[in-house]
Design a protein around this ligand. Structure first.
Ligand code: AMP
Length: 213
């Protein structure tokens, strides 16, 4: 089955996509992770994307369409996948549609995580990533200083550059203006859209998703 996990930055898409991917044994495709890795590895893509990502702006659709096309064509996507961070524009939704039609996988389920702005801003400003295991953690959940609760490494938790307050504002504006209309695109096409209350705990959100799919 093909899933899109959709919602505002900081609503918990990455956290849930990782869990659902493990539970259903389908790959988690995060375009943000793909871009961050390219930036870290200083590939041609990374060099092009660095400034755009750090400012919280959108990488051009043409580049993103190519990335997603190649990834979906990989062998491990044969039984489905969960897309996180794509599509972010109507144009990207159309590109995805073309790819899925070509490979006969148009039966998409959209998991829409909902949460109030105050919850989202709070989560984004206290979000940290672990450079050792890739876990996404919230400062409020740390029990032992700067130690990753998932892998136990110390000193590996970092704040994403685009989680700085000035950039968060830009990302939320872009989401409202450019990305939110993508949900209407799927509703108009009668795709299955499941709304989940993303302000609940991680476990509660996961359970709500699993109950409904
Ligand atoms: P994310 O981890 O999904 O929040 O993505 C981090 C950043 O990567 C975004 O703020 C954008 O700069 C870039 N990005 C990720 N996915 C896309 C996409 N589908 N289209 C354009 N830019 C993207």
């Amino acid at each position: 089955m093909q899933f899109i996990i959709f919602g505002s930055p900081g609503v918990g898409k990455g956290t849930q996509a990782k869990i659902i991917s493990e539970k259903l044994n389908i790959p988690h495709i995060s375009t943000g992770d793909i871009l961050r890795k390219a930036i870290k590895d200083e590939t041609a893509l990374g060099i092009k994307a660095k400034e755009i990502v750090e400012k919280g702006e959108l990488v051009p659709d043409k580049i993103m369409g190519g990335i997603i096309h190649d990834r979906i064509m990989d062998d491990d996507c044969k039984n489905g996948f969960i897309l996180d961070g794509f599509p972010r524009t109507l144009n990207q939704a159309e590109v995805l549609d073309e790819i899925l039609t070509k490979i006969n996988k148009n039966n998409l389920i959209v998991l829409k995580l909902d949460a109030k702005d105050s919850v989202i801003i709070n989560r984004l400003s206290s979000r940290r990533g672990c450079s050792n295991c890739g876990a996404i953690v919230n400062l409020a959940d740390l029990k032992e200083g700067n130690k990753c609760p998932k892998c136990g490494a110390t000193g590996t938790l970092f704040k994403r550059k685009d989680d700085e307050e000035s950039v968060i504002k830009n990302r939320l504006e872009i989401y409202e203006k450019t990305t939110a209309p993508v949900l209407e695109f799927y509703k108009e096409r009668n795709s299955k859209v499941i709304h989940i209350d993303g302000s609940q705990s991680v476990e509660e959100v996961t359970n709500a998703i699993l109950e409904q799919i």
